[in-house]
Design a protein around this ligand. Structure first.
Ligand code: FEC
Length: 308
């Protein structure tokens, strides 16, 4: 029997209960506890979206849907594992489970389309560290921001949202992703360029006359983060006479705090205040076509290693 190919899906993770938010936040801050003010502010944001984020559940469904596609495409049988960056089951523990299960070859896939040394690479490092000295060989997928099927799914969402506004001429489509510290620019990180490439590819398919880019959800730290921030960009668009904005959070693939709070509550409030009509494209979540795109991404990576 053919030995299964391991597939390590990696995602951000979210606290399962409000009581777990402090430990989660401390983990994100690499062991430094947040101040009481920062913690209270984060808890307030979780409460505003109903107390917990749907992220873990959606991630789980994404991994299951991916496994379904991979096990019916006629290729090598796959065993899909899911490891989280900031909550259990942690990436390192899952890699150890993979080795216990006898997996010797695996593709790793982060559920974020754009590569950065401060995002995707940190997941990969966690997996590499756990796999070091074992028989498990990992082949990382760095990015999949231009995968044709992914672009098709995103494009359809943008098309529907723009159509709901009436006329593409009167709408600005704003592509966003999670901000990162500005210092990534010093080492030529591809992250900003990749977000641009995704947005431009969608715009080209739809022949969109007005597109723009912004960063969202910047961390509450003292350093400079990539800008313009989405709120600043909304103000600038209104000042330039725009009235209709479609936000496509192309850097995220799921509903979670940064979408449900930062866009649906915070950015919506600013848009209302400015007299802007803002709609957000629905998150990809467990859309079968999106998961099929991810299955193709995995197969392509494996094929590049001649292990499809
Ligand atoms: O729904 C949820 O509960 C989790 C939503 C969530 C996602 C997410 C994705 C990304 N982050 C990225 C980078 C950073 C950096 C810092 C940082 C901080 C936070 C905090 C929360 C949080 N992030 Fe996150 N992120 C999510 C949630 N993130 C909560 C802490 C409070 C706050 O700042 O709001 C700053 C760390 C530091 O303080 O040093 C950097 C990137 C992504 C997108 C790629 C990915 O999914 O990995 C990049 C979802």
């Amino acid at each position: 029997m053919t030995e299964p190919l391991g597939v390590l899906v990696m995602a951000y993770g979210t606290p399962r209960r409000l009581q777990d938010v402090e430990a989660y936040y401390t983990h994100i801050r690499r062991g430094r506890k947040p101040t009481p003010e920062l913690l209270a502010d984060l808890i307030r944001r979780y409460e505003a979206i109903g107390g917990v984020s749907p992220l873990n559940e959606i991630t789980q469904r994404q991994a299951e849907g991916l496994a379904d596609w991979l096990n019916r495409d006629g290729g090598r049988p796959c065993k899909v594992y899911l490891g989280m960056k900031h909550t259990a089951p942690f990436i390192g523990d899952i890699v150890r489970k993979m080795t216990d299960d006898g997996i010797r070859e695996a593709v790793t896939l982060v559920l974020a389309p754009h590569y950065s040394s401060m995002s995707v690479a940190t997941y990969q490092r966690a997996a590499d560290e756990a796999a070091a000295g074992t028989n498990l060989r990992l082949w990382h997928v760095d990015s999949w921001h231009l995968h044709p099927r992914f672009l098709n799914v995103l494009t359809e969402r943008v098309r529907t949202a723009v159509d709901a506004h009436g006329n593409a001429d009167s709408v600005t489509v704003l592509f966003t992703a999670h901000s990162l510290p500005e210092r990534i620019l010093k080492f030529g990180d591809p992250y900003p360029q990749q977000l641009r490439e995704t947005g431009l590819a969608v715009a080209e398919k739809l022949n969109l006359p007005h597109i723009d880019f912004a960063w969202q959800s910047a961390g509450r730290t003292n350093e400079r983060w990539l800008g313009p921030d989405i709120l600043e960009k909304l103000r600038a668009l209104r000042a330039a006479g725009h009235r209709n904005v479609v936000v496509c959070a192309a850097g995220f693939v799921s509903d979670h705090l940064e979408v449900l709070y930062d866009i649906d509550i915070e950015a919506q409030a600013v848009a209302r205040e400015l007299g802007l009509r803002l709609t957000r494209t629905p998150s990809l979540n467990d859309d079968p076509e999106f998961l099929r795109a991810l299955a193709e991404v995995v197969r392509q990576r494996a094929a590049a290693m001649n292990h499809a």
